[in-house]
Write a protein that binds this ligand. Structure first.
Ligand code: NAD
Length: 380
């Protein structure tokens, strides 16, 4: 006899046939360790890759989400299986490794696979998840190159599953306020916009982020995508050209990947954009100078609380886990058809820009034309 899946179980509950007695037997992971109440159709998420982002951000956030919950894990490290099973009450049947991952197709309790692995593994696991019939959230940067982004998008289309990129800021109130100011032209035309996203790496030259075959590139493939994102949602447009420069001051440490990159963008409205990203600088800011004032976020993309102000007022929004808001937004997109705030096309567009930046540098800082139209621009 097929065991009753949590989804069937919830459907029964939602039809009023289960009753309160059943709720007490709901797995702890489905309720949230913090006791947060879950939507009756709450979707099960399996995290693939249990490194620092899954451990310290995503799994804790999933205890507070309303529309999704932690239902499974996929790990290449056997010791983590026990730790996570105990911590989050995950049954053995919902624990996979990289080899038996495809069997997740038979697990009705898992609706969404969230790929949180080194960049070189994003495409493989996103495509395998889609083939297993699961909706996919893929971490940033979406993949190693545009070709891989296309393959992920195609696989999700073919399997008729939803695809989201882990761009948490689109669900975050300070970023949403910037998007509103831009959409409503509160400060008139934006003449100049700058975005910096960088941190200093000092102690571990052997990490995967500094290994090109695992990361696809250095600062640009890591924090650089935040700078690109900021310029685009901070101006409301895709760029039509980019010119880029690379700086290397610690080549002994950054042997394989880019250390610091700056780039200038032209936008269709005439807005001029400037970005910086680095693994050797501390910076995190978005600033826009407009006809009738200015706005800024500082910090603009950390997951410690953001802050911001405009030429008219200080911005002040409640602080909530960005990852909680992001995963709930994606789950609602799946459940209710609300807009996908960070679709695959957005991740692909950013990868086109990343490739253009590397091409500009390789071509001696030449200007690269971009023909992106409205690719990846979302209203919500
Ligand atoms: P991490 O190094 O902490 O964890 C990586 C995980 O992948 C580990 O569990 C490791 O065991 C596993 N792994 C499997 N094969 C590996 C290999 N060959 N080399 C190294 N690790 C391997 O990394 P992280 O910080 O958790 O980042 C994972 C992904 O999440 C990256 O794509 C990163 O860009 C993204 N990320 C996004 C955010 C965000 O705010 N959206 C924040 C942090 C990380």
């Amino acid at each position: 006899m097929k065991k009753i899946s949590r989804r069937t179980f919830n459907k029964t509950l939602s039809k009023g046939l289960g009753g309160a007695a059943l709720v007490s037997s709901m797995p702890l992971a489905a309720c949230g360790l913090n006791g947060t109440s879950k939507n009756q159709n709450s979707l099960g998420i399996a995290l693939v890759g249990l490194g620092s982002y899954s451990t310290y951000q995503l799994a804790p956030a999933l205890q507070d989400t309303h529309y999704c919950h932690l239902a499974g894990i996929v790990t290449g490290t056997p010791e983590k299986e026990q730790q996570w099973a105990k911590r989050y009450n995950i049954p053995k049947t919902h624990i996979y490794n990289y080899e038996n991952f495809d069997a997740i197709a038979q697990n009705d309790d898992i609706d969404i696979v969230y790929v949180v692995l080194p960049n070189s593994m994003h495409a493989d696991f996103s495509i395998r998840a889609a083939k297993a019939g699961k909706h996919v959230i893929c971490e940033k940067p979406m993949a190693m190159n545009v070709e891989e982004c296309n393959a992920i998008i195609d696989a999700c289309k073919k399997a008729q599953v939803k695809l989201g990129i882990g761009y948490r800021l689109h669900s975050e109130p300070y970023t949403q306020e910037v998007k509103r100011l831009v959409r409503e032209k509160t400060f008139g035309n934006i003449n100049y916009i700058s975005a910096d996203a960088a941190y200093q790496s000092l102690t571990n030259p052997n990490q995967w982020r500094l290994n090109k075959s695992l990361s696809g590139g250095g600062a640009l493939m890591n924090m650089g995508v935040y700078s690109i994102q900021s310029l685009i949602y901070g101006s409301g447009q895709n760029p039509v050209s980019v010119t880029a420069q690379e700086f290397s001051t610690r080549p002994d440490y950054f042997k394989d990947t880019d250390e610091t990159i700056t780039a200038q963008f032209e936008f269709p409205s005439g807005t001029v954009g400037q970005m910086m990203t680095s693994h050797n600088v501390r910076a995190n800011r978005l600033f826009a100078s407009c006809d009738k004032g200015w706005f800024e976020l500082d910090p603009a993309s950390t997951y410690i609380p953001l802050a911001g102000r405009t030429s008219r007022r200080e911005l002040n929004f409640p602080q909530e886990s960005q990852q909680k808001l992001q995963m709930d937004d994606f789950a609602r997109h799946v459940l209710e058809g609300t807009p996908n705030k960070a679709p695959g096309e957005m991740g692909k567009r950013d990868m086109i820009i990343v490739e253009a930046i590397y091409n500009s540098i390789a071509g001696g800082n030449k200007k690269i034309a971009l023909d992106l139209g409205h690719m990846g621009i979302t209203d919500s």
